[in-house]
Design a protein around this ligand. Structure first.
Ligand SMILES: [Zn+2]
Length: 146
C-alpha cells in the first residue's frame, strides 16, 4: 500500500510539471495580449462647462449650463495633478486610451498571479526532487517524511 502511494506521488510530480507548462502558455498569451493592446494612458477625463464672463452672453444667465462641454485630461505625475485640454475630436481616442489602461491593469494582475504560481510550483518540484534524492540515498527513510 505504501509503495502504491509513493508511485502516485511521483506521477503527481509529473502532473505539476505539465501545469507549469500550461501556466507558461497562459503567461505567453497574456504577454501577447499586452503587446496587441494598443496605446494606453493613465488618467481621467473631466467634462467642464465654462462661463466666459461676458455679461451679455447667455452663459451669464442663471440656469444656463455655460459653454461646453470642454474636455480635460487629468493625470497625476510625481504627486502633481496635471490637467490638459483635449479637443473635441480627440475625446473618443483619449477615452479608448484610458479604457485600455484598465485592461492593461487586468492583464498585469493576471500575469503576476500566473508568475507567482509558476514560481510556487517550481519550488514545490525542487523540494519534491530533493525529497526523492534524499530517499534514494537511503538514510532514515521514514524519519524524513513530513
Ligand atoms: Zn459665455
Amino acid at each position: 500500500m505504501l509503495n502504491l502511494q509513493l508511485s502516485r506521488c511521483k506521477s503527481g510530480g509529473a502532473m505539476s510539471t505539465s501545469s507549469i507548462e500550461s501556466l507558461q502558455i497562459d503567461q505567453q498569451t497574456l504577454l501577447e495580449k499586452l503587446q496587441s493592446l494598443g496605446p494606453w494612458m493613465q488618467g481621467s477625463l473631466i467634462r467642464r462647462y465654462v462661463r466666459c464672463g461676458n455679461p451679455s452672453c447667455h452663459c451669464s444667465q442663471e440656469g444656463d449650463p455655460g459653454h461646453g462641454p470642454h474636455w480635460y485630461l487629468s493625470r497625476s505625475r510625481k504627486g502633481k495633478t496635471m490637467t490638459k485640454k483635449i479637443p473635441k475630436h480627440q475625446v473618443e481616442q483619449v477615452q479608448q486610451q484610458l479604457q485600455r489602461y484598465h485592461v492593461f491593469q487586468d492583464i498585469m494582475h493576471e500575469l503576476m498571479e500566473t508568475n507567482n504560481r509558476i514560481c510556487e510550483l517550481m519550488l514545490k518540484e525542487q523540494q519534491a526532487a530533493e525529497g526523492t534524492a534524499a530517499k534514494k540515498r537511503g538514510s532514515g527513510q521514514n524519519s524524513r517524511r513530513k
